[in-house]
Design a protein around this ligand. Structure first.
Ligand code: TA6
Length: 280
């Protein structure tokens, strides 16, 4: 399968692959046993002029609206560097490393020197995301960060998200009112846009592709965003088909409720593991 020049293919064999577009270091495909796990809109734009609608866009240095630059920050619309090409490890896993460094463009919005390293490891049924943010300047800076994962599902109305019970969440559909989640499993049957705070290190999403479960395991990414635009908002997006909303659910691991304050010369590290669960 020949990929466009800006798409990096991690191929583990056995029809297990991961494709990363250097535009935003956006993962645009993750196939396990040849089954696609991620949602990418049929109307997604790949010309570099805007963020790719789907897959796993990298949100940095700002989640949400930003007075200094584009919504969700500049990382997902920047061209990243392939730091280390895909390499097969002794374990049979395949890893690749990407990086984003401050530039004249980024400094025009956010005048701080930084270096982000993004290491992906493709296992048989797992995809590992390892992130480090280094403050390479002389003054402290603050940022928020999120992996904006779009999971592909047969019908979002049949999905349930476990692992959020007892967490407070900001409901952006209800003008930012704060609630406490009292359900063992969160269902999505309408326009949903919630920032769950201080969530446990593991969530499980039921009824993803092939009716399986997806485990989301996180380190140092305490918040979980749950989003589905539903029809009314899908119709308002030019890069999202009106009929596509039932086939996706965003469950996004991040540090967004409160910013990371990173002193000069220090490093922030975080990781996420997505695992396709074959047990019933
Ligand atoms: O992650 C959920 C969210 O913050 C929603 O509020 C919605 O704006 C979504 O991100 C998509 O944002 P985008 O800028 O990619 O259209």
């Amino acid at each position: 399968m020949s990929s466009p020049p800006d798409v990096i293919l991690l191929d583990r064999g056995n029809n297990t692959t991961c494709s990363v577009n250097l535009h935003g270091a956006t993962i645009v495909s993750w196939r396990v046993n040849n089954q696609e796990q991620l949602f990418v809109s049929k109307q997604a734009v790949f010309d570099g002029k805007k963020a790719i609608r789907g897959g796993v866009p990298f949100i940095f240095p700002q989640f949400g609206a930003w007075h200094l630059g584009p919504q969700h920050g500049f990382a997902r619309t920047s061209t990243w560097t392939l730091e280390s090409p895909p390499e097969r490890l002794e374990s049979g896993d395949v890893e690749a490393m990407f990086s984003l460094t401050d530039s004249e463009h980024t400094r025009s919005m956010w005048n701080f020197p930084f270096r982000v390293f993004y290491r992906l490891i493709l296992r048989e049924k797992e995809l590992h995301f390892n992130v480090s943010v280094s403050n390479t300047g002389h003054e402290s800076f603050a940022f928020t960060l999120l992996l904006h994962t779009y999971f592909k599902v047969p019908d979002v109305r049949r999905c349930q998200i476990g692992g959020l019970k007892g967490c407070t969440y900001v409901d952006k559909v209800q003008n930012g009112l704060v609630f406490r989640e009292d359900r063992d499993a969160v269902a999505v049957g309408e326009f949903t846009d919630r920032v769950y705070q201080d969530t446990p290190p593991e969530q499980i999403i039921s009824n993803v592709v092939s009716g399986r479960k997806m485990r989301v395991m996180k380190y140092n990414l305490p918040d979980t965003v749950v989003w589905n635009p539903w029809l009314e908002n899908a119709q308002a997006m030019g890069d999202f088909g009106d009929e596509e909303y039932p086939n996706m659910i965003c469950v996004e691991a991040g540090r967004v409720a409160s910013p990371v304050h990173l002193p000069s010369g220090t490093v922030f590290e975080a990781s996420q593991i997505l695992q396709v669960h074959y047990c019933v």
